[in-house]
Design a protein around this ligand. Sequence first.
Ligand SMILES: Cc1cc2nc3c(=O)[nH]c(=O)nc-3n(C[C@H](O)[C@H](O)[C@H](O)COP(=O)(O)OP(=O)(O)OC[C@H]3O[C@@H](n4cnc5c(N)ncnc54)[C@H](O)[C@@H]3O)c2cc1C
Length: 331
Amino acid sequence: MDNKSCLIVGAGISGLLAARELQEAGWRVTVLDKGRGVGGRMATRRMSGAGFDHGTQFFTVREDRFENLVNGWLDEGAAVEWSRGFADARGNANPDGHPRYRGSDGMTSIPKHLADGLDVRTGERATRVDRSGEGWTVACESGESVSGGALLLTAPVPQSLALAESGNHTLTEGARRQLEGVSYDPCLAVMALLDGDSPVPEPGGVQIKDEPLDWIGDNATKGISDRPALTIHAGPQWSRAHYDDEEADVTRALLDLASQQLGADLVSSVVETSLARWRYSWVTSSHEETCLVASEEPPLVFCGDGFGRPKVEGAALSGLAAADRLLGREA
Ligand SMILES: Cc1cc2nc3c(=O)[nH]c(=O)nc-3n(C[C@H](O)[C@H](O)[C@H](O)COP(=O)(O)OP(=O)(O)OC[C@H]3O[C@@H](n4cnc5c(N)ncnc54)[C@H](O)[C@@H]3O)c2cc1C
């Protein structure tokens, strides 16, 4: 098997950017994702004509390499600047001059844009990884099986770790220990369609960063929904404590908490709701390098927001770093 081919598990921002980099360098790349669409935690859902960003709400830019990418997305219409700060927990405007970006039609606009021209197979849950010949074979729940010279695992690290050891390959003790050190907080996210005006102040987000609530956003004021459509994120402690509670109980509790926070009666104006349970949302402990090479030959690399910096920017830079390693470029 030639080593100029790569299987990538995960079509989030890290996997897609790595895929583009490798494909541009002439590699044959196949991306597998268990989701119905691409984007992973950069997720947008439609419900009764409304749009909801229910994972990532916005992203910021610190490093030049990421800034160059984001400038391209802005030029190509995949991303727009949303605001320069949000209301604080008291509802007071709190601009700090630092740009926050969003996808043009919701967060998934960016991964959809990046997936264009790539061989991305959605609805394919990878269940087993084996070393085969001079490369790797990934088997999917669907019965599909794909082979390639290099393997890049981009899912949240506990999921990638389980996958890496699901077949005939054993990680070194050192690699496993480093991967086991990466952890994430959960996040319970309620989406609520409103029949009436939104009580969320301009520019459409209240950034609480506390317990029991972390964030309340209105996707209409944000500019990605024709109808008032709230996204409410619980804080990590509350999410952990209530992770397995009944959907109706979680939804009611978070709507009550958001009503108190906003000083408005949300419950009477809600017409439809949905709950997302993010087992892995924010990284709480990351691997210090931007990716981890678990096998040089055949190459097995781990990347994503658990490596280097967290969040969308960290995931993007990690995907690029993983591609750099496979291409033998200086990271
Ligand atoms: C609720 C929430 C709010 C957030 N808010 C922000 C924010 O405001 N700003 C910010 O910068 N970041 C935010 N983040 C974090 C940000 O979303 C992530 O850091 C970033 O999107 C991670 O990208 P990734 O490519 O590393 O992983 P992911 O986006 O998780 O991509 C991994 C992909 O792997 C796929 N996958 C997993 N297992 C398998 C399998 N077995 N087979 C096939 N496919 C598989 C998944 O479906 C997924 O698409 C938030 C996250 C959440 C959940």
